[in-house]
Every structure is written in structure tokens, then in C-alpha cells.
Write a protein that binds this ligand. Structure first.
Ligand code: C5P
Length: 304
């Protein structure tokens, strides 16, 4: 998705994700962990708007999500602008405005989606005409999940999570997300994982039953197969998540899982109505949740 004529203001969006399955192997000499990840994009979008500017600037607007978001060189959208500018030999002189919907530092790749949306938006603003594959190659240098955020939909991730194999999902998975107070550092969850019991090598692929339930979006078949090797680590760092997982089941959810490195939790539902019922029961306990669904819509530039 690229714009033909250079425009002064370009918006693009990229989705948050959950991992329906996440298998993590022993830490490698480069500090990363080999993964097998069942990435599923969800219908919560980060929208990034870019324009030319005298200097590189990042701002976050209209956020109803809590969390401290750095606005300097450690911001993933900033890093995306620097990476794409470097790749095409220009200065990253742009203003980037981020409208967030994905919980911050919640294990849903909100920061990766910011970087991905920035790549799509700058590709259009600068009239580069880069393909999605080319943007993914740059995305890999920014973070392990950013390539998936550029592509969206459903995919199996391998290596650090950046090598992707698309999965075609027919239908929708209905989801209820349960955000937690404060975020968790991904690096810390991985470090703690290393100190727990010895990890085993990751499987080459998810079990065929897992993939079949995923592809047909059969929540009741998929729910008992949800898997996250980082869950035990996240629960040790945030013990209150244990009772939150039980609360999801109490509220009628089909199981419950930590999303990525946490602390956001999710459960599957049979239908949109079922998901709303779960959210209502959680609200009775004073908990705010987010009803959403899987999405196969491609990330990219938003047409005015
Ligand atoms: O790649 P990214 O910068 O998003 O990763 C954040 C941190 O998560 C890394 O610094 C590393 O500590 C951890 N990580 C890992 N193995 C992966 C992906 C991330 O250990 N496959």
C-alpha cells in the first residue's frame, strides 16, 4: 500500500497481537531465545500520522491506556523512522503522532505496531514504493515482533519470531482482553524464564490439531490447546495474575492465557455476544476488559 502522490499528512495503522501458542527454547549466545509463535492479529489498531518536519519528533495523542511511553530514541516509532531513513539514505525529518488502542507494555506488541505503522506511513510520505516484504526486512532490525506487525493477519513465527509463515484463518476468534495495572518488561520476563527450570527445544511446528482449530477459528477446540511458555515466568513476577486467570474462567471464558510476555490476559469466547457477557461479568468485579476479535485485515495506509 503506497501513495502515488506525496501528501503532507499520511496515516497508517497496524494491529496489536496475541500469541495463541508461544514455545520458547533456551537462551542463545546472542541473548535472544528461539521461538515458535502462533501470532494472531487482533482488531485493536495503533494509528500513526506522519508529516514533514524540521526535526524528528514523536508524540502520543488520544490515549486511554496507561503506561509511560518514551518519546525519544527508545520509542519504536522513532527507531522505525531512523531505520527506514537510513535504508533509503535520507534524514528522518518527520513528526510522528501515535494514537494508541493497544495496552502499553502489555504483551500485545503495541510498540511493535507503532513501528510497523510508521514504516507503512513513511513509505507513502516519502514515496518509496517499498513492498511489504521489503518493509518486513527493515522491521526485523527494529524488534522481533515488528515484522509480524507489518504483515498482520495470522502467522507462525520462528527464530526470534521474525521469520514468518502466513496462516489463513477462515472466520473470526472472539476475544476478551484483561489488561493489568502497569506493564511488564519483555526482557525481564525472558530473563526470569532463564532462571526457572531448564527449557527444552522448541517444536518445529504447532501440532496439526492446533493449526486446524486455529484455521477454522473453532474457539472450543482451540481453547484447551492455548500455550505460553512465558506464562509461568510472568506469573512469578506478577502473582496476582493467577487469580485474574481464574476470574476469566469464572466469568465464562474458554480458558485464559497470558498474552506474549504479559501482563495482559485473554480468553476465547464462542461468539461476540458471549464475549460481551464475559466482559459484563468482569465489570461486576470492577474489572475493565476489552472485547475484540481476530482480524485478517492488512495493516497499511489509511485513505482519507
Ligand atoms: O526484539 P525485541 O527488542 O522486541 O525484544 C525485546 C527483548 O526481549 C530482547 O532484548 C530480549 O531480551 C527478549 N527477547 C528474547 N528472545 C526473543 C525475542 C525477545 O530473549 N526471541
Amino acid at each position: 500500500m503506497t501513495s502515488s502522490a506525496p501528501s503532507h499528512l499520511v496515516s497508517a495503522r497496524a494491529p496489536g497481537k496475541i500469541n495463541l501458542g508461544l514455545w520458547v527454547g533456551p537462551v542463545r549466545p546472542d541473548g535472544y531465545h528461539p521461538l515458535l509463535s502462533a501470532f494472531q492479529a487482533v482488531d485493536l489498531w495503533e494509528v500513526v500520522t506522519v508529516r514533514h518536519s524540521g526535526e524528528l519528533q514523536v508524540e502520543v495523542t488520544a490515549t486511554d491506556v496507561s503506561g509511560d511511553i518514551p518519546l525519544g530514541p527508545t520509542n519504536s516509532a522513532w527507531q522505525a523512522a531512523v531505520a527506514l531513513a537510513g535504508d533509503c539514505g535520507r534524514e528522518p525529518l518527520v513528526h510522528i503522532s501515535i494514537d494508541k488502542s493497544v495496552p502499553v507494555a502489555g504483551g500485545m506488541a503495541g510498540g511493535s505496531a507503532d513501528a510497523a505503522a510508521t514504516l507503512h506511513a513513511l513509505n507513502a510520505l516519502w514515496g518509496l514504493g517499498r513492498s511489504v516484504d521489503e518493509l518486513e526486512a527493515i522491521a526485523q532490525t527494529i524488534g522481533s515482533d515488528v515484522a509480524f506487525s507489518v504483515r498482520g493477519g495470522a502467522a507462525i513465527g520462528r527464530d526470534r519470531g521474525q521469520l514468518l509463515e502466513t496462516v489463513s484463518v477462515v472466520g473470526e476468534l472472539h476475544l476478551v482482553m484483561l489488561p493489568a495495572e502497569g506493564g511488564l518488561s519483555t526482557a525481564e520476563v525472558y530473563r526470569h524464564f532463564d532462571h526457572m527450570e531448564a527449557s527444552v527445544d522448541v517444536p518445529l511446528a504447532p501440532e496439526p490439531e492446533f493449526v486446524a482449530a486455529w484455521q477454522s477459528a473453532e474457539a472450543s477446540l482451540l481453547a484447551p490447546q492455548l500455550h505460553n511458555d512465558l506464562q509461568a515466568s510472568a506469573l512469578e513476577l506478577r502473582p496476582e495474575l493467577e487469580s485474574d486467570l481464574e476470574m476469566l474462567v469464572w466469568a465464562g471464558g474458554l480458558g485464559g492465557l497470558v498474552s506474549g510476555s504479559g501482563p495482559t490476559l485473554f480468553t476465547l469466547a464462542h461468539s461476540a455476544t458471549h464475549a460481551k457477557d464475559i466482559a459484563q461479568r468482569l465489570a461486576q468485579r470492577g474489572r475493565r476488559s476489552i472485547v475484540t476479535r481476530s482480524t485478517s485485515e492488512a495493516p497499511g495506509v489509511l485513505r482519507p
